[in-house]
Design a protein. Structure first.
Length: 396
């Protein structure tokens, strides 16, 4: 019996080490995974790994977390996926829950220099993400137009429905207007133990929860259901990586008054300083809420809520991925969606990130120096966050 469980324990410990050491954001995480699982352990070929990454980038949600779960799942089934998720996600989640307790113990820190430093670090990090995504995903006049129109619409109509509308509109416009992408090549992402029937069940469960939770939240009046629905919806509808979850979460928790905006941005800045996925920011928000669920239980509750859709989508689509990735219409729609996501992030960069942090010429200079260090001097985001907190405490 012990020998049977040792591969699962070894997998968990491998992911736990990655969870404690994977600084640098989702692109860096994918590099860490390739070194570990392709080069060192040889669980996947380069071609299979590239296809797995392509699947997770095709889906909404946090791509690096989805890749980590998928590798664990393909290796040891459901338990492998679950332990991979726990090992990679929980270190940063617990660190951010502790940070939330620290902010609560300190009381009102909205005017503290170190909090403003964290907010300005968030300005630099989002600007870098916007720069990188824009140059990668908006290379033509048409896709630039998609992005800027999407950003303008979200700024004019700052609701979650406008955000969902520009994502859907980007997909439709991409399908109708963008050029046919070149056909891709590559090996299969690996043999999944999921049957097509089980995959279809996971996809149906994802859709039923997305609609059912929305209806339940509208009629139940339960704060617990409202919270789970808000985080589940955010995890279901975020294309383009962890930074893009910012406007959806801001609309979900700041607009109704569950978390104040200063705490929201301070936590977002702190999330840059910890290893692991940015979606663990949800654990900080859950622990910081002003009514149940709150504390460590609220943090874990919101963490699970935001990740359930990603797990359902990955396990649901693995059996069908070979057919999807060869569909040219799907590729055009995805390109349009990605361009719209750049516009959504542009709107979030202005409000709330820029408007709440850049409150003086000195703060603007602070943010510009942070962007310089990140983008051109390649300072790690976690190092910039620590430096910004200390510098804000000293000079702001």
């Amino acid at each position: 019996m012990p020998a049977k469980h040792s591969p699962l324990l070894a997998l968990f410990l491998t992911y736990l080490r990655l969870g404690f050491t994977s600084f640098g954001g989702p692109v860096a995480h994918l590099g860490y995974f390739r070194d570990e699982f392709v080069s060192r352990k040889k669980w996947l070929t380069d071609e299979a790994y590239a296809d797995l990454v392509a699947l997770c980038q095709f889906l909404p949600g946090p791509a690096s977390s989805q890749v980590s779960y998928a590798i664990g799942y393909l290796r040891h089934g459901w338990w492998g996926g679950f332990l991979a998720w726990c090992g990679f996600t929980l270190p940063s989640a617990f660190a951010l829950i502790l940070f939330a307790y620290g902010l609560t113990a300190l009381g009102d820190t909205s005017g503290a220099g170190w909090v403003l430093g964290l907010k300005l670090a968030a300005v630099a990090v989002v600007a870098k993400a916007l720069w990188g995504m824009g140059t990668k995903l908006c290379r033509t006049r048409t896709t630039v137009t998609f992005a800027l129109v999407a950003g303008a619409l979200v700024l004019l109509f700052p609701t979650v429905w406008a955000q969902l509308g520009v994502i859907a509109g980007g997909a439709l416009a991409g399908w109708a207007l963008l050029d046919q992408p070149p056909a891709g090549a590559g090996a299969k992402a690996g043999k999944s133990s999921l049957s097509s029937r089980t995959g279809f069940f996971c996809l149906m469960t994802f859709a039923v929860l997305l609609i059912g939770l929305w209806i339940a939240a509208a009629f139940s009046g339960s704060r617990w259901i409202d919270t789970f629905e808000a985080f589940y919806r955010s995890g279901s509808l975020v294309f383009g990586g962890g930074h893009v979850v910012l406007p959806l979460l801001e609309e979900s928790v700041v607009a109704p008054g569950w978390v104040d905006q200063g705490t929201f941005l301070a936590g977002y800045g702190a999330a840059q300083a910890v290893p692991g996925p940015l979606f663990t920011f949800s654990a900080f928000l859950g622990a910081s809420m002003n009514a149940s669920p709150t504390g460590w239980l609220g943090g874990l509750y919101c963490l699970v809520a935001i990740y359930v859709p990603s797990i359902l989508l990955v396990t649901g689509l693995l059996p069908f991925w070979d057919r999807i990735r060869s569909n040219q219409a799907a590729k055009r729609a995805l390109a349009g969606t990605n361009a719209a996501v750049v516009g959504l992030l542009l709107a979030a960069f202005y409000n709330p990130v820029w408007t709440s942090a850049v409150i003086s010429p000195r703060a603007a200079a602070f943010a510009l120096v942070g962007f310089l260090l990140l983008q051109f001097w390649k300072m790690p985001p976690w190092a910039l966050v620590i430096l910004s907190g200390l510098a804000g405490w000293a000079v702001l």
